[in-house]
Design a protein around this ligand. Structure first.
Ligand SMILES: Cc1ncc(COP(=O)(O)O)c(C=O)c1O
Length: 458
C-alpha cells in the first residue's frame, strides 16, 4: 500500500525531473514514479474509436481514449464482469437460495456486508453509520424526512442558488409536501458579483444572521459545476452552533477527497456510486446518518421491511423492530447486480487509501493546471473557474472559454478521443480520476486542447 507521506507536491516533482515540464517525456517520467502508480490496470478503458473518436495523433484508434469524465461516470472496474457473472451463476444455480448462499461470499440478504466496510473508510463513518440503499435523489427525500423538521418559526433551508437541479427539485418538492412555501423558505446563496465560488465568510454570515430561522443546511461537498470543495467540518459546526441540522450531497466528493463524516459530526449525507466510485449508471446510492441518531427511533422516517432487524425480519408479524443506525432507515431489499458493481469497485479502493489517492490526485490536478497555463495556446484562451487552492478543490477542474467557442472545442476533443463533459454556455469539466488516470492522459488532453483554433466565431 502506498504511503501518502511519500508523495511529493507537483512543484517538488517538477524540480526533481530534468525533462522539460511541457514535454511528453516529463509526463512519462511522472508515470514511472513508484509512489504515483495508479490502479489503471484494474479498469476497462474505451478506445478512441469506441468512445466516438476518429483521429489519433501518433497512435491508433484502438488505443485507450483519454478519459477525463470520472466526475460524471467512472470507468468500469474489470472485476465487475467477474463478480456479476458470479451473482448470475448463483441466481441461475441456486434460485432463491442465492439470498443466503455463501458460494461467492456475498449472500444477498445481507449484501451490504460486501460493500459497507470499504465504504466506511472512504467517507469516514463508523459501523452503523454507512449503508447502500436506493439512489441519490431518493435518499435525499428519505433523509430529509427525519432531518428537516420545520416549525412555524424555523423552517428555512439554506442551499446554493446553482445547486444541482435534482437537489433543488428535491428540496422544493419536499417543502411543498410539508406545507412549507419554498418561495419564502429556501435561501439560495449566490457567489459575489463577478465570482463563481461561494466564500466561506459569506456562508458563515448568513448562518449567523438567519440561523434562528434555518431548519436545514443542504450543500454539496464538491459543487458539480465549479468544482468547489466546501469546508464540510466548519460549515457543519457553524450550523450546529445555531441549532441547525446539516446534511451534505457528496455526489462529487465521495471517492474523490477524504471525508471524515463521523469526526466532522455531520448529521446525514448521501452520495451516488457511479462517479468516482465507478459503478454503473443509476447504481445504488450511499447514505450516512451519524451514530448520535442510531437509537433515535422516534424520529420521523419512511421505512420498509429492510429497516427491520434481520433476525426477525422474516417472522412477518408486522411489528416493526428497527435496526439501530442507518440500516434502520432502509426500505427495500438490495439491488444485487448494482451492489455487486459497487462491491467490485470498492475492492479496488481497498488496495489503496483515500489519503494516498488524494495526495496523488493533487499532483494530477496541479499538472493539468500547470500545463494549461504553460502551453502557448491554452495559456491565452482557457480560464479555470475552479479554485487554484488545492484545499478548495478535488480532482475536477471546470474550464471556461470565450463565448461561442465551446461546441467547436468539444468536437475537436471528441474527435481525438478525449472524453470530458460540456456545460453550456461555455464550460468544459475535466477530472483526472485519482484511481485510474495517469500523467500521460493529461499531457494528451492539453496537447489536443492546445491545437484548437480559439478565434471567435470560427
Ligand atoms: C450533485 C448531484 N446531485 C444529484 C444528482 C442526481 O443523482 P441521481 O440521478 O442518482 O439521483 C447528481 C447526478 O449527477 C449530482 O451530480
Amino acid at each position: 500500500m502506498i504511503n501518502p507521506e511519500s508523495i511529493l507536491s507537483f512543484e517538488e516533482y517538477k524540480n526533481q525531473i530534468s525533462a522539460d515540464p511541457t514535454s511528453i517525456e516529463f509526463a512519462l517520467a511522472l508515470d514511472k514514479i513508484e509512489e504515483l502508480q495508479s490502479q489503471r490496470d484494474e479498469f476497462e478503458f474505451p478506445t478512441i474509436e469506441s468512445s466516438g473518436g476518429t483521429k489519433s495523433i501518433d497512435g491508433d484508434l484502438t488505443d485507450k481514449c483519454t478519459y477525463l469524465c470520472g466526475h460524471s461516470l467512472g470507468l468500469m472496474p474489470k472485476r465487475v464482469r467477474k463478480n456479476i457473472a458470479e451473482e448470475l451463476d448463483s441466481w441461475s444455480k441456486e434460485g432463491v437460495h442465492a439470498h443466503t448462499s455463501k458460494r461467492y461470499g456475498r449472500p444477498w440478504v445481507s449484501f451490504e456486508d460486501a460493500v459497507v466496510p470499504n465504504m466506511e473508510k472512504i467517507v469516514g463513518g463508523i459501523p452503523g453509520e454507512v449503508t447502500i440503499m436506493s439512489s441519490l435523489t431518493v435518499n435525499m427525500h428519505l433523509l430529509f424526512c427525519p432531518f428537516y423538521n420545520p416549525t412555524p418559526t424555523r423552517n428555512k433551508v439554506l442551499m446554493e442558488a446553482k445547486a444541482f437541479p435534482s437537489d433543488d427539485y428535491a428540496v422544493v418538492s419536499n417543502l411543498k409536501m410539508r406545507g412549507v412555501d419554498p418561495e419564502t423558505a429556501v435561501i439560495r446563496m449566490e457567489p459575489r458579483e463577478g465570482e463563481f465560488l461561494l466564500r466561506n465568510e459569506d456562508i458563515f454570515k448568513i448562518i449567523e444572521e438567519q440561523g434562528h430561522e434555518i431548519a436545514l443546511i443542504w450543500l454539496p461537498g464538491i459543487q458539480y459545476y465549479t468544482g468547489q470543495l466546501f469546508d464540510i467540518e466548519k460549515i457543519t459546526k457553524a450550523g450546529h452552533d445555531k441549532g441547525i441540522m446539516v446534511g451534505w450531497d457528496l455526489a462529487h466528493a465521495a471517492g474523490n477527497v477524504p471525508l471524515k463524516l463521523h469526526d466532522w459530526n455531520v448529521d446525514f449525507a448521501v452520495w451516488c456510486t457511479y462517479k468516482y466510485m465507478n459503478s454503473c449508471g443509476g447504481s445504488v446510492g450511499g447514505a450516512f446518518v451519524h451514530s448520535k441518531y442510531a437509537t433515535d427511533f422516534e424520529r420521523n422516517r419512511l421505512v420498509g421491511w429492510w429497516a427491520h432487524k434481520l433476525d426477525t425480519r422474516f417472522v412477518m408479524d408486522n411489528k416493526m423492530d428497527l435496526i439501530e443506525g442507518i440500516d434502520g432507515f432502509r426500505i427495500s431489499n438490495q439491488n444485487v447486480l448494482s451492489s455487486t458493481a459497487v462491491a467490485a469497485s470498492l475492492d479496488v479502493f481497498a488496495k489503496t487509501s483515500m489519503e494516498a489517492l488524494r495526495a496523488r490526485s493533487k499532483v494530477l490536478t496541479a499538472y493539468v493546471e500547470f500545463l494549461l497555463k504553460a502551453m502557448p495556446n491554452t495559456s491565452k484562451n482557457v480560464s479555470i473557474m475552479t479554485s487554484s487552492n488545492p484545499e478548495e478543490r478535488g480532482a475536477h477542474l471546470s474550464l471556461t472559454f470565450a463565448d461561442g467557442l465551446i461546441d467547436h472545442i468539444f468536437q475537436l476533443m471528441n474527435e481525438h478521443g478525449v472524453v470530458a463533459d460540456i456545460r453550456r454556455p461555455n464550460c468544459i469539466r475535466v477530472a483526472p480520476a485519482p484511481l485510474y488516470n495517469n500523467f500521460e492522459d493529461i499531457y494528451k488532453f492539453v496537447r489536443i486542447l492546445n491545437m484548437c483554433d480559439f478565434t471567435p466565431n470560427n
